[in-house]
Write a new protein. Structure first.
Length: 310
């Protein structure tokens, strides 16, 4: 009786779209060693922010995921451990039904070595590659014919391994480079992080047009993640303006089958709404069909299924 009452209450109190329960895969977050783990086994390449240093272990993450009803996650290799993938690989090994990983490409490697390393990490549970354009030397391109980036990008098409690009300083800076990648290897699945990092301002609006233009390439997808990084200081939780000016046009252009939710844990912990607020905000924007894609379907199409092996 009590249970029935609370279900009815829930159905009335929250938007209709949020009143269903569904598998949820968080397509974008990080874990890193706590201070003591860093001192013993997993040294930092660069220390994480002090306020979050001890809040980004796999166990701290699972606590948040459980509270928010999130079933699985794609762990993106954090810059704090740079190219040392042992901490994330350990997390995947410990919780294989919950975690998959996206490795960080090292632009210093020769094409042969870069592809070899990709293949090794794929064997230890990695299912995607992150390109951070700021790790390339000034003036060098991800799509350069002679570079390891293009060799890895092409090999990823054969391995079924999507490549995520982080355009922290603005999509427009990397747009031509991204187009070149797509044209040189159209079968590679390309994922743009964090709504393309197009802040709600004039510069962001221009970049956002470029992001929408990429929708004509069927193998390009976008993470609906880190909403808090896209506010341009004119929006805040629960991100109504990001919804209207970024999410809805993206949904129209790309369709839900090329969008996927992500939190950007642990950074999201320091924002209003926290982890479950971020997940539930995106959930509240979706009807049931779109939710099936954005909450887990797109991530599983690109990265494989999460859950117990059958
Ligand atoms: C997208 O990639 C798939 C393989 O992942 C390929 O079969 C298809 O041709 C690609 N689409 C385009 C338009 O290049």
């Amino acid at each position: 009786m009590m249970r029935l009452f609370s279900l009815v209450y829930l159905a009335c109190a929250i938007p209709e779209a949020a009143a269903f329960s569904m598998k949820i895969i968080d397509s974008h977050l990080h874990v890193w060693a706590s201070k003591s783990e860093a001192e013993s086994n997993f040294p930092y390449d660069q220390p994480p922010p002090e306020s979050l240093q001890n809040n980004a272990t796999p166990e701290a993450l699972i606590e948040q995921m459980d509270k928010a009803g999130v079933d699985g996650a794609l762990i993106v290799q954090p810059i704090n451990h740079k190219y040392d993938h042992s901490y994330v690989a350990n997390a995947i090994k410990k919780y294989p039904h919950k975690f998959k990983g996206m490795l960080l490409h090292d632009p210093e490697l020769s094409p042969v070595m870069a592809v070899k390393r990709l293949e090794e990490l794929v064997l230890s549970g990695y299912v995607g590659v992150r390109f951070n354009p700021y790790l390339w030397n000034e003036g060098e391109l991800m799509s350069a014919d002679s570079g390891g980036g293009l060799a890895v990008y092409k090999r990823c098409a054969e391995l079924g391994c999507p490549v995520g690009v982080m355009c922290f300083k603005g999509l427009e800076l990397h747009y031509d480079d991204i187009l070149a990648l797509i044209e040189k290897s159209p079968d590679t699945q390309l994922v743009l992080d964090h709504l393309g990092f197009c802040a709600l301002n004039e510069k962001g609006d221009e970049a956002f047009k470029q992001l929408l233009a990429l929708s004509k390439y069927p193998n390009v997808s976008v993470k609906v993640s880190a909403l808090f990084r896209n506010t341009g200081s004119v929006d805040s939780f629960p991100y109504d303006k990001v919804k209207a000016q970024r999410f809805q046009p993206l949904l129209e252009a790309f369709g839900s089958k090329r969008l996927m939710v992500g939190s950007d844990f642990p950074y999201v912990l320091e924002t209003e709404g926290g982890y479950d607020g971020a997940i539930n905000t995106v959930k509240s924007w979706l009807n049931k069909d779109d939710a099936e894609a954005v909450l887990f379907g797109t991530a599983e199409r690109l990265f494989g299924k999460w859950g117990a092996l059958e």
